[in-house]
Design a protein around this ligand. Structure first.
Ligand code: IPM
Ligand code: MG
Length: 386
């Protein structure tokens, strides 16, 4: 058994290595990257990863949706759908890798990815596949829209997706039996690029305000810099107001019907973005209704906002999972690859099925429809309005 001093030495050496690694990452980011131009790509390769738990059920339905909606594009070779194997918890544990090498290579051979949720074991050292993919593909903007039209709510969250509490979440240090420390990292280049993504979106979509949400009164270095740098970026966008908010009061604001519809674009560090987007999704009708885009300069990954729901599988109700979350992600993916008309068509069909007609309702339980029944309804609706 090491003495406490030896443990401190080891932890300090580990910390030094982390600092150097993160500095290298920041410097690399600072060089900047050129975003892929999807209008020039042919074919556009769409990878499909089923994932764990309810993931294979949801991706099965999303693939059917893509096959119908993109029939001509697939036939003409403009779009290629690629099934990607090996992103399962069993395979990841067997290989001891968050994303096994062959799977990562197959993913990198695609341009965009449609991904079912993956399971992350609590504790231990196995990193979340999501976190690993976001890092490996450098998917720095987690974009999550939430709308409640009857209340005038039209929110979009820009969650920083590659740093904060997540980047070293599996690399904390511990003096066993005494204490543990995890690290939160905010780099200047990492903050600037997510801030720019949020303000660019605001500018291009007629939004007049961006809410910067931190806990900069307490996390003075990381959140403090996030706020300061976001305001610096804001100066490049004169018509858009940048407001500072703390995460605690913002969670309260979202459940305050008197004021919540005034918020437009949210810009937040990773963990706050994770938590508050689940809250926002619940306001929209549940996490099963919210899609999520993970955008980088070279790759993009589209997924549901929620996890793999192992409890639904244990209870034998996996087939009753709501595929709407992944269908919303499909819509975001189509917009990202410039298939705007197809995205609009899907949005219209979803509006008919989930807001106007509501002939088939998924509740996430046996009292509701199955994922297959809902997607049959959606596909028929799509066919009818095409
Ligand atoms: C999300 C999820 C992930 C996260 C998990 C699955 C690692 O909750 O996409 O919001 O915490 O980012
Ligand atoms: Mg989450």
């Amino acid at each position: 058994m090491n003495t406490i001093n030896q443990q401190i030495e080891q932890a300090t050496a580990a910390f030094r290595a982390l600092l150097e690694e993160q500095l290298a990452r920041q410097n690399e980011m600072e060089k900047g990257a050129v975003a892929k131009d999807f209008s020039k790509l042919s074919p556009i390769r769409v990878g499909i990863c089923p994932g764990d738990g309810i993931g294979p059920i949801l991706t099965r339905e999303a693939k059917r949706l893509l096959e119908q909606l993109l029939k001509e594009e697939i036939a003409s070779g403009k779009i290629e759908l690629c099934d990607i194997e090996g992103l399962t918890i069993e395979n990841r544990l067997a290989k001891g890798e968050a994303v096994p090498k062959e799977t990562l290579a197959a993913i990198k051979a695609c341009d965009v990815l449609l991904k079912g949720p993956t399971t992350t074991p609590k504790g231990g050292t196995m990193e979340s596949a999501n976190v690993a993919l976001r890092r490996e593909l450098d998917l720095y903007a987690n974009v999550r829209p939430v709308t409640v039209p009857e209340e005038g709510i039209d929110w979009i969250f820009f969650r920083e997706n590659t740093e904060g509490e997540y980047v070293l979440g599996s690399k904390g240090v511990e003096l066993p039996g005494k204490l543990a420390m995890d690290f939160k990292v905010t780099t200047n280049a990492g903050t600037r690029r997510i801030a720019r993504a949020a303000f660019e979106y605001a500018k291009n979509n007629g939004k007049t305000s961006v809410s910067i949400v931190t806990k900069a009164n307490i996390m003075k270095k990381t959140d403090g810099n996030f706020s300061v740098l976001s305001h610096e970026i804001a100066k490049e966008y004169p018509g858009i107001e940048a407001e500072d908010w703390y995460i605690d009061i913002m969670t309260a604001n979202l459940v305050n019907p008197a004021i919540r519809s005034k918020f437009q674009v949210f810009l937040l560090p990773n963990l706050y973005g994770d938590i508050i987007t689940d809250e926002a999704a619940q306001i929209q009708g549940g996490v099963g209704t919210a899609g999520s885009a993970n955008i980088g300069d070279r790759y993009a990954m589209f997924e549901a906002i929620h996890g793999s729901a192992p409890r639904m599988i244990e209870e034998g109700i996996g087939e009753y999972a709501n595929p709407s979350s992944l269908f919303k992600a499909v819509e975001m993916m189509l917009r990202h690859i410039n298939l705007t008309k197809k995205a609009d068509l899907l949005a219209k069909a979803m509006e008919i099925c989930t807001e106007k007609e509501k002939k088939v309702i998924v509740t996430g339980n046996r009292d509701g429809a199955t994922a297959r029944e809902f997607s049959d309804y959606l596909l028929q609706t799509l066919a009818a309005i095409s």
